[in-house]
Each structure stands twice: as structure tokens, then as C-alpha cells.
Design a protein around this ligand. Structure first.
Ligand SMILES: Nc1ncnc2c1ncn2[C@@H]1O[C@H](COP(=O)(O)OP(=O)(O)OP(=O)(O)O)[C@@H](O)[C@H]1O
Length: 119
């Protein structure tokens, strides 16, 4: 049981290291983090409902986690095949497309939550 707990804590540490790596190596992720903090502060200011908090939190988590997966795919591609290759280009474009989809969804969720409050 103690070993199980130690291993879980270790895994959490590795995952945390991944997030720190994302923040230090990807400028986009810093923008996303600042946006996430800002929108969370605004959320408290306008007193979001429980449902609005759930949707906002999910949108933030989705964008940041997709950014992490995109970065992982890019790094894996560069490691496995550092030279230019059409298929590597397609793989990277697909991963970038996934981030774009979540970012668009987050903007739509933000508009649905905040436009009625400010207009
Ligand atoms: N090895 C490669 N072979 C073919 N095309 C590539 C290759 N590397 C990158 N590309 C093309 O260039 C685009 C940008 O790739 P890059 O790895 O520079 O990501 P990026 O857009 O700079 O990512 P980010 O800004 O998230 O770090 C890819 O989406 C792909 O279309």
C-alpha cells in the first residue's frame, strides 16, 4: 500500500514536470495560462453559476490538455523523424487542428456565458 502511494505521488510529479515543461517551452501555453487565470478572476467577479463554472473549467482544461498533447506529438515527430516528410507534416497539422477545434469551442462557450452578462 505504501509503495502504491509512493508510485502515485511519483507519477503525479512526472505529470507536473510535463506541465512545467509545456509552460517553459511553448509560448502558446503561457498565453493560454494567462487567459485561464484572467477568465477565472472574471468568473468570480460576475459570480458564475455552478453550471457556468463547470463549462468554463472544462473549456480551459480541454484547451491546455490538447496543447500538451499537440506538443507531445510534435516532439515525438521531431525525435522519430527530424527530417522533412509529408506524413510528419500531416501528423503535426492534425494535432494542431485538434488544438484549434478546442480553442474555437472555448471561444463559443465564453461567448455564450459572458455576452449576455455584458451586453
Ligand atoms: N518534419 C516535417 N516534415 C514536414 N512538414 C513539417 C515538418 N515539421 C513541421 N512541418 C510543417 O510545419 C508546421 C509547423 O510545424 P512546427 O513543428 O514548427 O510546429 P509549430 O506550428 O511551430 O508548433 P507550435 O507553434 O505549437 O510550437 C506543421 O504543422 C507541418 O505542417
Amino acid at each position: 500500500m505504501l509503495n502504491f502511494l509512493k508510485n502515485r505521488i511519483k507519477s503525479f510529479g512526472f505529470a507536473f514536470k510535463g506541465i512545467l515543461h509545456l509552460l517553459s517551452s511553448e509560448p502558446n501555453s503561457k498565453v493560454h495560462l494567462v487567459a485561464a487565470i484572467t477568465i477565472t478572476v472574471v468568473g468570480f467577479m460576475v459570480k458564475l453559476s455552478a453550471t457556468e463554472w463547470i463549462l468554463q473549467t472544462l473549456a480551459i482544461a480541454l484547451v491546455i490538455s490538447m496543447e500538451a498533447i499537440n506538443t507531445a506529438v510534435e516532439k515525438l515527430c521531431d525525435f522519430v523523424h527530424p527530417e522533412q516528410h509529408k506524413k510528419i507534416g500531416i501528423i503535426k497539422d492534425l494535432a494542431a487542428g485538434a488544438v484549434l477545434v478546442t480553442a474555437i469551442a472555448a471561444i463559443i462557450i465564453g461567448a455564450i456565458i459572458y455576452l449576455p452578462k455584458f451586453l
